[in-house]
Design a protein around this ligand. Sequence first.
Ligand SMILES: [Cu+2]
Length: 164
Amino acid sequence: MSGLSNLASRRLAAGLAAALLTATPAAFAHGFRIGDLEIDHPYAVPSIAGAPNGAAYLRGIRNAGDRPDRLLGAATTVATRVELHRMVLDGDVMRMRAVDAVPLPPRAMTSLRHGGEYHLMLIDLKQPLKDGDRFDLTLRFERAGERAVKVWVQTPRDATTHRH
Ligand SMILES: [Cu+2]
């Protein structure tokens, strides 16, 4: 298959997936459960050439229980370590700060989408992250314990450059 037709078919597949996602969100996203937590669609953006770090996100984590939980950290085979980062406004500049935990209030969905308040920073990538890749990530929760998830590398349509 030539590069062009491959690209065209990938675009078609992406467009089809987006259309199906809009129609039936649950069927075409991927998700995981542990205890009261529903982990919705872990994903990462392709890494920038030469960049030491990458970023991973989740569409959200829904705490369906009555008690608060917290995301305390994560580990992955593709990076030396993972940090929890929070975007904070410093004067009129958005900066990222490493935080100890991401709070997961009961009966609520907490978003960790790109461009949002929280994300996972993949420190010291061992390999570049390319569109279509999958990698393993283990999330560690204060109450629910540990859960291994699969992260999908993809380019969001509204992707912005993430610099560190
Ligand atoms: Cu960050």
